[in-house]
Unconditional design. Structure first.
Length: 271
């Protein structure tokens, strides 16, 4: 689908700021009290819809002017910012299992928010149905993650594989941020949802694979595998929908061009 130059610039600005922030440390392990443990983080109360209560889109000169956004892009961008912030907290944890649980919790919340935005603006029945399914499935997993985190605090000190795990998560954020911000900027609401949710799901699969590489908790490893299995099917579904939609649009454009040519030829013949 066509994305205007203005939206590409906007998406690039947001993406750059988020990716740069992903490279910043989220906590200083050198200042950690060796005798203390990080308390479990379970649920975070959603910020109200009031503009003043929402997180800033991005900081400094890279901040995007919300007044230039459509309502749907503004909703998606705020949702993505909240998701990013919570994921980065988890990805800064020392314990791989706790890092996965906290980061995936934020990721799932983001998916639910995106699905609700699709139900608010989208009209395509297949994408609206997918949005409903995402809300139902990921809310179940959100409950599982909250319950698990309540009894599994992060470790006070890094583990031997902590740095490698954190680096793997940082790399996975590049695809999630870059592709997702371009997707949600699509001017067609249903396509914005499909193109935004597609890299979101791909990111979830990458995160789950990182958990299977570094995590040891059986419940979280099983959840990671369930995420891979379930979201791979939805990835294929969205890819097919996008391909079909693009094919339909090309066919319509070709038909319009043909009709215009025929009309022009008729006018020339009449004259």
């Amino acid at each position: 689908m066509f994305v205007s130059h203005r939206w590409i610039l906007l998406a690039t600005s947001v993406s750059t700021a988020l990716i740069l922030s992903a490279c910043k440390p989220t906590k200083d392990n050198d200042d950690t009290d060796p005798n203390a443990t990080t308390p479990p983080v379970t649920d975070i109360v959603d910020a109200p819809n009031d503009v003043d209560a929402d997180n800033d889109l991005v900081a400094g000169e890279n901040s995007a002017d919300e007044s230039q956004m459509t309502d749907i892009l503004r909703d998606y961008t705020r949702s993505m910012t909240r998701m990013h912030d919570e994921m980065m907290i988890g990805m800064g944890y020392n314990d791989p299992d706790t890092a996965f649980a906290k980061a995936m919790l934020g990721h799932h919340r983001g998916a639910v928010e995106m699905a609700k935005i699709q139900l608010k603006y989208g009209t395509d029945e297949e994408m609206r149905q997918l949005a409903q399914e995402i809300i139902a499935a990921q809310q179940v997993e959100i409950d599982i993650l909250n319950k698990w985190l309540a009894s599994h605090p992060d470790t006070a000190k890094p583990k031997p594989n902590t740095e490698a795990m954190q680096q793997a998560y940082a790399r996975s954020m590049d695809v999630l941020n870059g592709e997702m911000v371009l997707g949600i900027a699509d001017p067609v609401p249903d396509m914005a949802f499909a193109r935004g949710m597609l890299p979101h799901h791909i990111g979830a699969v990458e995160m789950a694979n990182i958990q299977l590489t570094y995590g040891t908790d059986e419940e979280m490893r099983q959840l990671a595998q369930d995420i891979i299995d379930g979201q791979q099917m939805e990835i294929a579904r969205m890819q097919q929908w996008i391909a079909d939609a693009n094919t339909d649009n090309k066919a319509k454009e070709a038909q319009g061009t043909s009709e215009a040519d025929n009309h022009q030829q008729s006018e020339q013949a009449a004259s």
